[in-house]
Design a protein around this ligand. Structure first.
Ligand SMILES: [Zn+2]
Length: 340
């Protein structure tokens, strides 16, 4: 990973929450697909690199990416669920059905546990683990509960170390009592702006720890022996060697503030109405009109540029607005009125 795809340059800003306010559903969904998911993917891929290092596994062997809403452009059910998640679930096995049984007595074909980064319209990001996002048979819940109970001595302190809580007052190994309810394990929510040194580190730690559970749940569903004890030891080994997150923030603070103070001058977002901002990106097919790069393919940050600058009387009409990537926009100075 390098250049604009690096996690160091990745930031989720307050304005990103405006995507949820785009009134037209189609534009909103394609903005999510073309502008939001590509950046979440950078975070997810980076996190899976960490997972690979910590547990000495290749996450891509076992996991597949899951998106909500669907990332497919022509998805049949292009619904808007009012929130966004991207993460991993077990790959579909074609050779044999899963050991989890549906209400109607047939086995599940797709895995039911999801580990995701979730973004809510209020501008927060958190990590979320759903052990079963659909109704599953008691036998499966019992197996998961037994696994949690068996390892609770190591697991529970690690969960609290990573600030992970869950939506029940019952002990975690009593999941069986929840039956029809959906148990969720989740990290704290971090308010935008979220970036390296500002939420990412904590979110990645939470994701990496919960990955050990996600992988174990998948093993159980596939009839394999989970290696939770070994993975929790590997997590502990990795965690104790981590540099102190708070120290890092202090060191990087000055630099970060400098960067933030530059944004308003370069940023058209404060001038252009949110709906129009995204409409310009949609019209230009989420590509920089200068270099042709996109968020989806190249991970660049796209901005809306005034062709004739506002300082020279340029209007906020669509015809005076164009999509540029951050790099090209910085290159095109305020005096330049090039229509690209
Ligand atoms: Zn460009």
């Amino acid at each position: 990973m390098q250049g604009s795809n690096s996690i160091d340059k990745l930031i989720f800003e307050k304005r990103d929450t405006q995507i949820f306010n785009i009134p037209d559903t189609k534009t909103r969904l394609s903005t999510l697909q073309n502008y939001f998911f590509p950046r979440l993917e950078i975070l997810l891929r980076h996190t899976l690199d960490v997972v690979a290092d910590v547990y000495h596994v290749n996450p891509y062997d076992r996991m597949t990416f899951v998106y909500c809403p669907s990332h497919r452009e022509k998805a049949k059910e292009n619904k808007d669920y009012g929130f966004v998640h991207i993460g991993v679930a077990g790959k579909r096995r074609r050779d044999r059905p899963l050991r989890i049984i549906k209400r109607d007595g047939t086995p599940f074909v797709l895995h039911v546990s999801y580990l995701t980064f979730n973004v809510l319209p209020n501008g927060t990001m958190h990590v979320n683990l759903l052990p079963f996002r659909q109704y599953v048979d008691d036998a499966h819940i019992a197996e998961i509960s037994a696994l949690v109970e068996k390892h609770s001595e190591i697991l529970l302190p690690l969960l609290s170390l990573a600030h992970i809580s869950y939506n029940s007052f019952l002990p975690l190994h009593n999941l069986i009592l929840l039956k029809d309810k959906y148990i969720t394990l989740f990290s704290p929510k971090y308010y935008f702006p979220v970036s390296s040194g500002r939420g990412f580190d904590e979110l990645i730690i939470a994701f990496v720890l919960l990955y050990a559970l996600e992988e174990s749940f998948i093993c159980i569903a596939e009839g394999e022996e989970p290696e939770l004890a070994k993975m929790l030891e590997q997590f502990k080994e990795w965690y104790v060697k981590l540099p102190n997150i708070e120290d890092e923030i202090e060191e990087g603070e000055e630099e970060e503030n400098l960067g933030l103070s530059e944004i308003p001058e370069l940023d058209s977002y404060s001038f252009v109405r949110a709906g129009k901002w995204w409409a310009v990106l949609a019209r230009d097919k989420w590509k920089c009109l200068s270099c042709g790069r996109s968020s989806r393919e190249d991970g660049v940050l796209l901005e809306v540029d005034h062709i004739i600058p506002r300082s020279k009387g340029g209007s906020d009409d669509m015809i005076n607005l164009q999509t540029l990537c951050k790099k090209c926009n910085i290159g095109k100075s305020n005096k330049d009125s090039t229509r690209l």
